[in-house]
Ligand binder design. Structure first.
Ligand code: URA
Length: 235
């Protein structure tokens, strides 16, 4: 791929703007030697205004999403992209959330520009656990774990019952729920189906990956070893 297109695809500007950056001598190699648009340096060797380039395509992130941010590139209110470097919203291929968390849900959100990886993570075949902690409006009654585990619970407007899910009661109004699928507003709808209401929801684990010490609003790039942890075996 031509250098101008490669850099433009990373969100540094339109091709016209990147061409102008070459003309201005802002794009150099690691030793500060000016690069030209038809040079073919390795990605790692390129500097813009002396700074290394953002990671090339194949970028996967783990974001600790705060409540109040929407998983979308365009929407009213705050967007998850505001938590990332500004250029990340303009990358091609697009850096997309892997599945969505509701605006009011916090916790572990994966983002990737790798379509095959995205499909592998969300595929029902991967059966990756998704673990949530929910704060509830009312005390648990005691029958919820059995109903969620039954494999027969049918949510309103769905035509297939839910796969069995595991509920662990943490306190009368707090529970940890492990799902093996990802349906629209699934956790909130499951608790609604047993006469309760989710007041706060946090995703703490997907597959083998947890947030660790990543603070709310922070993100980190994932590497091969993290993907092995995610899938629980060779990625
Ligand atoms: N289930 C929900 O209800 N909301 C989420 O954000 C994720 C799972």
């Amino acid at each position: 791929m031509k250098l101008v297109k490669h850099i433009a695809n990373l969100g540094y500007g339109s091709r016209k703007q990147v061409t102008a950056m070459f003309r201005e001598g802002r794009i150099t190699d690691a030793d500060g030697e000016v690069l030209y648009a038809d040079d073919k340096p390795a990605h790692e060797a390129i500097r813009i205004d002396g700074q290394p380039l953002d990671p090339p395509p194949g970028l996967t992130l783990l974001l600790h999403k705060p409540a109040g941010y929407t998983c979308s590139t365009k929407d009213v209110g705050r967007l998850i992209y505001e938590l990332l470097p500004e250029r990340f919203r303009d990358r091609s291929p697009l850096l997309s959330p892997v599945g969505r968390l509701d605006r009011d849900t916090s916790g572990l959100l994966l983002m990737t520009d790798d379509g095959a990886l995205l499909h592998r993570i969300v595929s029902p075949k991967s059966r990756l656990d998704k673990v949530y902690e929910a704060e509830l409006a009312q005390d648990l009654r005691g029958d919820e774990a059995a109903r969620f585990a039954s494999g027969t619970l049918l949510l309103e407007s769905d035509d297939k019952p839910l796969l069995p899910a595991e509920l662990e009661v943490l306190s009368p109004r707090r529970a940890r729920l492990t799902l093996h699928e990802g349906r629209y507003h699934q956790v909130r709808r499951m608790f609604a189906a047993v006469g309760n209401h989710v007041q706060a929801l946090h995703r703490c684990r997907v597959g083998g990956l947890e947030l660790g010490d990543l603070a709310s609003g922070q993100w980190r790039q994932l590497h091969e070893a993290d993907l092995k942890t995610l899938f629980g075996h060779d990625a």
